[in-house]
Design a protein around this ligand. Structure first.
Ligand SMILES: [Zn+2]
Length: 305
C-alpha cells in the first residue's frame, strides 16, 4: 500500500509506536487513535495491531500481534532494516540475538510522506540488510555451497541494490521494493543463511560492546570491510560494493566505534560466541580460520573500505 489513508484506520486498531516516530508522523493520524500503553497489555478488544516506527518497534509489534492472534499492519517510518516486511521478529537475550517466527504482516504501508519525515541517511542504512546477502552468501558458499538458482536470483538483487546505492537516489519506494525482494528470496530459500552470516553475527556482538545506539544497518555496513577481508572477496567485488556505498554516503568509519584492541578481543571471541549459539553460517566459527585471517580482519577494521 502506498498511502496511509488506504488502511481505513479504526478506533479498534491499536497503534504500537515509539515517541520519536510518533512525534514526526502523528499529524497524519486521526486524533482519537488508540496508542498501546506503556505496559503493552491493552490489546483487549483490539481488531488490528498497527506498527508505526523503525526496526525495534516493528519487532515489538510483530511479537504482540503473534501473541494476541491479531492481524498486523506495518507502517515503517525508517527503512533502516527489513523488519517491516519480514516474517520474523528479533529479540535480544543475554548478548545474543534470536529470531521468532511471527508471520508476515497483513499489509505494509510505504507512504512517501511518512518516510520523508526521517533523514535520507537513516533510510540508507537499509542497505546493510541488503548487502548482507553478499557476505552471508559468501559464508554459505565456503561451508556447503549454494544452488545456482539462488546464486542467480541473489546476483540480480545485489546488482539492483548496488545500482540504487550508486545512483545516490532518494527513491525510497525503490529501496522498500528491494527490501521486499530480499525477504521474498529468503522465504523462497526457506533459510536464514541467505541474509545472516558473518556480518550479522559480528553486529550482534558489536552492539553489546558499544554504548551508542546505532541503526542495525549502520553496524552491518561498518563491519562489511571486515567481512570482505575474512571472506576474501575478489578485488573487483570489493571495489563494486565500496564504490556504490561511498556514492550514497552509506559508509560508517568503524574505528571510532571500538578501539582496535577491543576489536581484536571481540574477533577472538567470535568462534566461541558462534558455537555457543549455533551461529553456523560464518567462516569465523573455526579457530584455525581465524588464526589465518586475524591480521586482515583487524586491518580492515582500522582502514575500512
Ligand atoms: Zn538484519
Amino acid at each position: 500500500m502506498d498511502d496511509l489513508d488506504h488502511i481505513g484506520l479504526e478506533r479498534s486498531d491499536v497503534i504500537v509506536t515509539s515517541p520519536r516516530a510518533w512525534q514526526t508522523v502523528s499529524s497524519r493520524f486521526p486524533k482519537d487513535v488508540r496508542l498501546l500503553d506503556a505496559d503493552g497489555l491493552a490489546v483487549h478488544g483490539a481488531s488490528r495491531i498497527v506498527a508505526v516506527g523503525a526496526g525495534r518497534t516493528m519487532d515489538r509489534a510483530k511479537i504482540l500481534a503473534a501473541d494476541s492472534g491479531l492481524p498486523l499492519i506495518t507502517i515503517p517510518t525508517v527503512l533502516a532494516t527489513d523488519a517491516a516486511f519480514s516474517s520474523v521478529a528479533a529479540f535480544r537475550d543475554r548478548g545474543f540475538v534470536e529470531y521468532r517466527e511471527t508471520g508476515l504482516p497483513e499489509a505494509v504501508v510505504i507512504d512517501s510522506k511518512v518516510l520523508a519525515q526521517a533523514p535520507l541517511a537513516w533510510h540508507r542504512w537499509g542497505l546493510g540488510d541488503l548487502i548482507s546477502v553478499v557476505s552471508a552468501l559468501s559464508d554459505r558458499r565456503t561451508i556447503t555451497g549454494v544452488d545456482p538458482y539462488v546464486e542467480e536470483a541473489a546476483a540480480v538483487l545485489v546488482g539492483d541494490t548496488l545500482k540504487w546505492a550508486g545512483e545516490a537516489t532518494d527513491d525510497l519506494v525503490a529501496l522498500a521494493d528491494l527490501l521486499v525482494r530480499k525477504v521474498e528470496l529468503g522465504l523462497a530459500v526457506d533459510a536464514a543463511w541467505l541474509e545472516e552470516g558473518t556480518e550479522h553475527y559480528l553486529a550482534y556482538l558489536l552492539e553489546t560492546k558499544i554504548n551508542k545506539s546505532l541503526w542495525h544497518g549502520e553496524l552491518i555496513l561498518a563491519l562489511m570491510p571486515v567481512c570482505a577481508a575474512v571472506q576474501q572477496w575478489p578485488a573487483s567485488q570489493v571495489a563494486t560494493v565500496s564504490d556504490a556505498l561511498r556514492a550514497c554516503g552509506a559508509v560508517r568509519p568503524a574505528r571510532c566505534l571500538l578501539t582496535s584492541a577491543a576489536f581484536v578481543d571481540m574477533v577472538n571471541s567470535m568462534p566461541e560466541y558462534c558455537r555457543e549459539h549455533g551461529y553456523d553460517n560464518t567462516v569465523l566459527r573455526d579457530d584455525r580460520v581465524l588464526d589465518e585471517i586475524r591480521t586482515e580482519a583487524i586491518r580492515a577494521w582500522e582502514t575500512g573500505w
